[in-house]
Design a protein around this ligand. Structure first.
Ligand SMILES: *Cc1c(COP(=O)(O)O)cnc(C)c1O
Length: 479
C-alpha cells in the first residue's frame, strides 16, 4: 500500500509538500513533536528571507563581508566556548596576542609582555568595562581620602551611543552631556571641563561619532584637561570610545594623537566587528597599564608562563571571533588593513561629493574623516518639497538598499538626516548603482502631486523657524 503518512515529514517528504508548510510557525509554545531538519531549516531560513541583503545594509557599522578562509575558520570554531581556557588554552593565548597587537596599534607605553586589555562581545561591553574601571579607580581614591563616593558622574557629548546611557543607568552614574550644535559638531573641551568636578570619573570622547561620523578632538581635550587637573588637583582621566575610529585612525592617520600617546588617555575601547573587519560580536578594551585595571575586575590565569588576565561581564562566549580577528591580522597585515580602510574612505568621499551635488541635499560636514557621512535636505528645498528623507528611505528599500533616515540628538533634533556607512564589501560600482537609484527615486518623488504622509505629518509637527525645521516628534528618548 502507498504510504499516506509521508506528509507528516520523513526522508521522502518534499519540504513544500509537508504538513508543516501549511501551519503557522510557533509563536508561544514549543511544538509537541519534532520536525525533520530539512523542514525546520527551511522554516527558519524563510522567516528572514525577505530581509535586506546584509551587504546592501548601509545602516550598519558591523562587518558583512569576510573572505572564505575567515568564514571557514570561524565556522570550524563555532563549537568552542572561550571561557574553557583549560581545555582550549591556545585560544586564550591567541586572545592575548590580539590584545597586544591592538594595544601597539594604539601606541601603548606598557612594557609587559602581555598588555592589559580584555575581550568583549562588542564595544558596548568594552565601554562598560572601561567605564567601570574608571569608576572603581575613582571610588578607591575617594575612599582612601575619606570622601563620599555616592555621586559619581562622567562627561560625554550628546552624540553618545546608547551604551553610555545604559552604563549610566545600570551603574547609577550620572551622565553629563555636552550639547552638540551646528557650529560645534564635536565635543567642546572647554564645555566638557565646565561640567567636571571632584565626582567626575572620566571624560569620554568618541572617535567616529555614530550620529555624524566625526571625531572628537582628543588631543585638544587632553591638553585642556591637563591644565584643568593641574589647577584643581583632580586627576580626571579619559576613556576613548573608538568603536569605529580604533581601526581607522592607526591606518589612515597614524600621526594624529588620539590614543595612549596622550597623557590622560588611560583606556580605549573599539568594536572588532566594525572596522576590525570581523563578523559580530567582538569588542576590545585596552588599558594604558595594568595599574589602571582595578584588581576587582580581573583574575589571572597562568598558562605556560603566560599570565593571562581575564576580564569581562560575560562568562561563556564564542571563541570564533578571536580566530577571525587573528586571521585578519595575519592575512592583511598593516598594509592590507590600510588598503581596505583607504578604499572605504575613497568610496565614502565619492558618495559624499556626489550626494552633496544633488539638488535637494547638503552634507552635514564638508569633511569625511571616517568611511561614513550624513546629509540632510536643503531647508529652502524642504519648504516646498512634497516628500521627506523617510520617503527616500522607503523608495531605496524597494531596491534592497537600507539607507537610514533619522533625527539628530537633542538641540539639533530639528534635522532629519540620512547616513551611509561604507564597509569592506562595498565597491565603487555598487556606489554608482546606489547613486543611480537615489537619482531615480528623487525623480519619482519630485513628480508627486500631493505631499506624502510623512511630509503631512511633518507639516503638522513642525514650525518653520528661520531656515531650520523644528521637528518636535524626535524619535529619540528623552529623560
Ligand atoms: C557601535 C558603537 C558602540 C556600540 O558598539 P557595539 O560593538 O555595537 O556594542 C559604542 N559606541 C560607538 C561610538 C559606536 O559607534
Amino acid at each position: 500500500m502507498k504510504d499516506q503518512n509521508f506528509r507528516n515529514g520523513d526522508a521522502k517528504t518534499a519540504i513544500f509538500g509537508s504538513n508543516e508548510m501549511l501551519q503557522p510557525s510557533p509563536v508561544d509554545k514549543i511544538p509537541d513533536g519534532p520536525t525533520t531538519p530539512q523542514i525546520a531549516y527551511q522554516m527558519v531560513k524563510d522567516e528572514t528571507f525577505a530581509q535586506t541583503q546584509p551587504r546592501l545594509n548601509l545602516a550598519t557599522f558591523v562587518t558583512t563581508y569576510m573572505d572564505d578562509y575567515a568564514t571557514k575558520l570561524m565556522n570550524e570554531a563555532i563549537d568552542i566556548n572561550y571561557i574553557d581556557e583549560t581545555e582550549y588554552p591556545r585560544i586564550a593565548v591567541m586572545n592575548a596576542k590580539c590584545i597586544n597587537i591592538i594595544a601597539n596599534l594604539w601606541n601603548t607605553p606598557e612594557q609587559a609582555k602581555w598588555k592589559s586589555g580584555a575581550l568583549a562581545i562588542g564595544s558596548s561591553e568594552a565601554c562598560m568595562l572601561g567605564g567601570v574601571a574608571a569608576w572603581l579607580r575613582w571610588r578607591k581614591k575617594r575612599q582612601a581620602q575619606g570622601k563620599p563616593t555616592d555621586k559619581p558622574n562622567f562627561v560625554i557629548s550628546s552624540g553618545f551611543q546608547v551604551v553610555w546611557e545604559k552604563f549610566a543607568q545600570l551603574w547609577q552614574i550620572e551622565m553629563r552631556q555636552v550639547p552638540l550644535t551646528l557650529e560645534k559638531t564635536t565635543l567642546d573641551p572647554e564645555a566638557a571641563l565646565k561640567m567636571c568636578d571632584e565626582n567626575t570619573i572620566c571624560i569620554v570622547p568618541i572617535e567616529g561619532v555614530t550620529w555624524t561620523g566625526l571625531n572628537d578632538d582628543v588631543e585638544a581635550l587632553d591638553k585642556a584637561l591637563d591644565a584643568y587637573n593641574a589647577k584643581t588637583g583632580f586627576d580626571i582621566p579619559i576613556h576613548v570610545d573608538a568603536a569605529s575610529g580604533g581601526f581607522i585612525l592607526p591606518f589612515l592617520q597614524p600621526e594624529l594623537k588620539w590614543d595612549f600617546r596622550l597623557k590622560w588617555v588611560l583606556s580605549i575601547s573599539t568594536s572588532g566587528h566594525k572596522f576590525g573587519l570581523v563578523y559580530p560580536g567582538l569588542g576590545w578594551v585596552v588599558w594604558k597599564d595594568a595599574k589602571y585595571l582595578p584588581e576587582e575586575m580581573s583574575f589571572s590565569v597562568n598558562y605556560l608562563g603566560a599570565n593571562i588576565t581575564q576580564v569581562g561581564l560575560n562568562f561563556s562566549r564564542p571563541a570564533a571571533q578571536i580566530l577571525g580577528q587573528y586571521y585578519q591580522f595575519i592575512r592583511l597585515g598593516f598594509e592590507g588593513y590600510k588598503a581596505i580602510q583607504q578604499n572605504g574612505m575613497e568610496i565614502a568621499k565619492y558618495l559624499h561629493q556626489q550626494i552633496g551635488q544633488m539638488k535637494p541635499f547638503v552634507n552635514y560636514s564638508p569633511e569625511v574623516v571616517n568611511p561614513l557621512f550624513i546629509w540632510y535636505m536643503k531647508p529652502e528645498y524642504a519648504k516646498t518639497a512634497k516628500w521627506t528623507l523617510y520617503d527616500l528611505q522607503d523608495k531605496l528599500k524597494q531596491g534592497g538598499w537600507m539607507v537610514p533616515a533619522y533625527t539628530l540628538p537633542e538641540n539639533i533634533q530639528n534635522y532629519i538626516v540620512m547616513r551611509i556607512v561604507v564597509r569592506q564589501g562595498f565597491s565603487r560600482d555598487m556606489a554608482d548603482m546606489l547613486l543611480n537609484d537615489i537619482n531615480s527615486a528623487i525623480a519619482e518623488l519630485e513628480k508627486l502631486e500631493y505631499p506624502t504622509p510623512t511630509r503631512i505629518a511633518q507639516e503638522k509637527n513642525i514650525e518653520i523657524k528661520g531656515s531650520v525645521f523644528t521637528h518636535t516628534g524626535s524619535g529619540r528618548k528623552k529623560k
